[in-house]
Design a protein around this ligand. Structure first.
Ligand code: ACO
Length: 336
């Protein structure tokens, strides 16, 4: 039995900065509303013609993670790609990464767990490594939301929140089982699936042929929908529960947390959790102000930046936690 540990982190965000002021020119919104409710000041949205896609952004983040890990791309045994915004309905972006990196024909798995996607992907990678099946796994979270958002006032409740970007991690085998990923915890509650949902191009609700026949540009099934307050209320409860679950599993108290990287959904959610776990500002990493909610990419981007800024040191207990559409939620407890 082994543990897995993160030996390389990388991120990529598009250059194009979209401020709250920019959004107020597209729809009836304003900086004050967005800042007060979410903490977001700006986000990155892929610029038309830049060539950035969910897969290519994932590749850029992956290249940085591979280089920092000090391994060769051909040392990678498996790829896991978490996203809710794949470039194509199928196949998923995992195989695009395998091709773009020129990696030998290793397996590539796509994870569809929205904001919890990176935690789910990390958990799968961790367990493949723990059982000895693979040694080095590339885990990516990448999202291109901006192509699929309703940029009129009708969509303002959702559109102002989301940003584009990618993060990646290389996990490798760790012989010392007191180090690395100590445990992961995953949950779902499908009864609330429609509280935060993008219906099309799913096959369940309507026949694709009907949608094409309608040719209705106002068909809202192509845009994400969110019952914001209901999601918010569930998020604060589930974040707390799943962090506590991880601490209890590892016989740790609140005071054992050195760094909490919450999924960047809303600054107010992160502040609630910070208070609940009695953490200082230095013990919680937030970058939602600059990137908005990048769903599956938010944790690996934040983790990469916290590490780049020297906020994570060897021996630290790092807690990752996420909640999102599904509902799905999860946590990971890592001894760095
Ligand atoms: N600008 C100005 N006004 C707006 C905007 C906007 N961008 N959006 C909504 N409003 C208006 C609404 O129309 C409403 O007006 P009304 O009272 O006249 O009807 C009013 O503001 C309040 O709207 P609410 O939706 O109730 O606002 P709320 O305080 O709940 O904040 C928010 C919305 C920020 C989305 C919050 O509910 C939230 O953060 N929820 C959790 C999000 C989350 O955690 N998501 C999970 C991850 S995402 C994933 O998994 C894909």
């Amino acid at each position: 039995m082994y543990n897995s540990k993160i030996i390389g982190l990388g991120k990529y965000v598009p250059d194009n900065v979209v401020t709250n002021e920019d959004l107020s020119k597209m729809m009836d919104t304003n900086d004050e509303w967005i800042t007060e409710r979410t903490g977001i000041k700006e986000r990155r949205w892929v610029k038309e013609g830049s060539g950035d896609t969910t897969a290519t952004m994932g590749v850029k983040a992956a290249k940085q993670a591979i280089e920092r890990a000090g391994i060769d791309k051909d040392d990678i045994d498996f790829i896991i790609f978490a996203t809710l915004s794949p470039d194509m309905y199928f196949p998923g972006p995992g195989v695009q990464v395998q091709h773009a990196l020129g990696i030998k024909t290793v397996g590539a798995l796509d994870v569809r767990n929205q904001c919890s996607g990176f935690i789910y992907a990390l958990s799968v990678a961790d367990n493949f490594i723990k059982t000895g099946m693979y040694k080095n796994i590339l885990v990516i979270g990448s999202e291109l939301h901006s192509h699929g958002l309703d940029k009129t006032t009708r969509g303002r409740g959702v559109t102002v929140i989301f940003g584009d970007g990618a993060g990646a991690a290389i996990l490798t085998r760790e012989e010392d089982t007191t180090k690395g990923v100590l445990s992961t915890h995953l949950h779902s509650q499908g009864e609330h699936a429609e509280e935060l949902v993008l219906v099309a191009p799913g096959m369940g609700k309507r026949w694709v042929n009907d949608i094409i026949a309608d040719n209705d540009p106002n068909d809202e099934s192509y845009f994400p929908h969110m019952n914001g307050q209901f999601v918010f209320k569930n998020a604060v409860v589930r974040f707390s529960e799943v962090i506590m679950e991880g601490l209890v599993k590892n016989k740790m108290g609140k005071d054992a947390i050195d760094m909490l990287i919450p999924h960047q959904a809303n600054l107010r959610i992160a502040q609630f959790i910070q208070k609940k776990f009695e953490l200082t500002d230095d013990q919680v990493y937030n970058n939602i102000m600059r990137y908005g909610n990048t769903t599956a990419a938010s944790i690996p981007i934040a983790l990469t930046e916290a590490w780049e800024e020297g906020k994570i040191k060897e021996g630290d207990n790092v807690v990752l936690a996420a909640f999102g559409s599904g509902f799905t939620w999860g946590s990971a407890i890592i001894k760095w």
